[in-house]
Each structure stands twice: as C-alpha cells, then as structure tokens.
Design a binder for this molecule. Sequence first.
Ligand code: ZN
Length: 300
Amino acid sequence: MSMWQRCFKRPAATDYHPEDCLGSGDCAPVQLTYLGTAGFVLQGYERTLVLDPYLSRISPWPLLTAPLCADAARLARYIPVADDVLVGHAHYDHVLDAPCLCQQTGARLIGSSATVMVGRAAGLPESQMLATRGDEDIACGLWRVRGLPSRHGRVFGRIPFPGDISEPPAWPPRLHTLRHGLVLNWAVEVAGLRILHVDSADYIEASLQGQRADILCLCAVGRQSRPDYTRAIIERVRPRWVIPCHWDTMMTPLESPPDLIPGVDLPGFLEEIREAGAEPLLLPLLGRMRFRPAVESGRV
Ligand SMILES: [Zn+2]
C-alpha cells in the first residue's frame, strides 16, 4: 500500500445510497445532485438552485502558488442551467466557481457582502447579485430561501483564512485573499419540503431556533472540534434524512472516485447520524436523489 493510499482512503461503492425517490404522496419530486465539497444542485418547481458549487477542484501545487481560476468548461458541462447560486461563505472552495457559473447561466449570486465583493471582482453586474446579512426571506419563484447567520468550523483546531472581504479582491484571486466573511447556513423550502444546508462544521444555536428540516446537508470536516455537533443539530432541526458533505479532499478529478479528507471518519459520521435518529444518505460525487414534498405528520 502506498503512502498516498494509507493517508487518503475512499468510500467503497457499497457505502453510497443508491439513486432513489424518497418520501410519499403525489407531489412532483425535487431532484438533488451532490457536487462534492459542500456543493448541491436543487431542481424542480420551475427553478434550479445551486449551493456552494466547486467543480474546479484545483490540485495542491497551483492552489498554493498561483491565482485561482474556475473551470468554466466543467461548470458548463455539469451545471448548464441555474437561477440562483447560494454561497455559504467566501472561502475558495465555496465561492470561486460561483461568479463564473452566474456569468454562464445568468443566475443570481446570493450571499454575504464578502461573496458579493467576490462577484464584483469577477465582473458580475450589480443587478445579478444579492447581498444578505441573514434572517431575511429571499423570494426565488416558488421557492423560499433564508440565510441563517452561522460560524465557521475549526479545521485541525483553527479557523482557516479568517476575516472579511471589504473590497473586491484582485481577480483571479489567490487562496489567502478569500476570507470567509459572514457564514450563512441556508434554509431552503419549496412545497413544504425543507432543506437546511450547513457548509461548515459549526452553527449558532439561536439562529436555528424553531428551524425544522426534512433534509439536512451537513458538513463532515472539522466536526470533532465542536462537542456533540452531530447529535445536537439533529435533535434541534429533526431532519428525516442527513446528507454528509465536505468529506472529500476536493482535489481528485470530479469524474474519479473521491478521496476522504484524513481524519474525517465518514463511517463514524454515518453512525453518529443514525444514533441521533436520522437516516444518513451518503451520495457519490454527481449522485442524485429525488424527494417528494409531502409533509409528514409529526414532523412539523
Ligand atoms: Zn471554509
């Protein structure tokens, strides 16, 4: 076994949940596609919402030594259509691809003021961007979107690239110029189906007060830094399903089997989710799942 294989394990094909249509009732389903990192596409009800797209998956040497460029061709191939692009925070693995995706699709860029500074740097017009401080309902056709102020998790004991972005950074940006800014969890709802997206392994209890979700997209990396992270958030928002995200190294090609971030303990995460009373749905990169928006009694 090589040193690489010892350090970077990967899920077995059998660990993944097969593509399925979950929920009951006659409503048209919402399709969810996992993009790797913290990225998702939600499609249905006349709209395509994209959360934290990062398909460029830049390898370590250029990541550390060169300006960062989005992979426009890959974005066009895998996300040809988008109406709204929601960014949870302005680190490169959440924000870098978003302006390019908006330019190619005409989608709105929605996020913190730091995210809008990044959009401005990339040349997006003001009319195509929406800044939010959180706790505001944002109309998106039949969908409703709300950012919930949150906190960035600690990775290996510290918050990477802390701080805000108060003016447009040089473009293309360097890794260290993309500070996280305001961190937002996204509460997204359509036809009674509630999805909560947590793209970094921390949260603010008060922001989640009264929040319920059917589907919780939950960050895996860094969760050990917050005691009781998994059980506490599941008890609070009571999801039926939890989709782990942010568990792969983000450096393998999108089309190849992903490597796990060392120390992320994905089997342990799945067990924590089960023990907290929710069903884990581990999806492969580009894996899809459909959910019928039927509100179950006892879950509202
Ligand atoms: Zn981050």
